[in-house]
Design a protein. Structure first.
Length: 79
């Protein structure tokens, strides 16, 4: 028995995956750093400066993960 046919991805996801990698990084990186900074400062009670350093470090990794996953999913569907 074959699996059910997959639905096509939503239009917003196709537009996101169609963006250039640099554009995706420019969108994701500031959001990731801001969210992670807030998490470190407010949830983990880190000093503001240390929270910023942690946020930049983890923000770079989070950005790479999001952009890499987007590229991987687009390539997987293209096969």
């Amino acid at each position: 028995m074959s699996p059910p046919p997959r639905r096509p991805p939503p239009a917003w996801l196709r537009r996101w995956e169609g963006l250039h990698v640099a554009t995706q990084v420019a969108v994701v990186a500031p959001v990731a750093v801001l969210v992670l900074w807030a998490a470190h400062v407010f949830l983990m009670n880190q000093p503001i400066g240390r929270g910023l350093l942690y946020a930049v470090f983890w923000g770079v990794l989070a950005t790479g993960a999001v952009v890499g996953a987007s590229r991987s999913e687009k390539a997987r569907r293209g096969r």
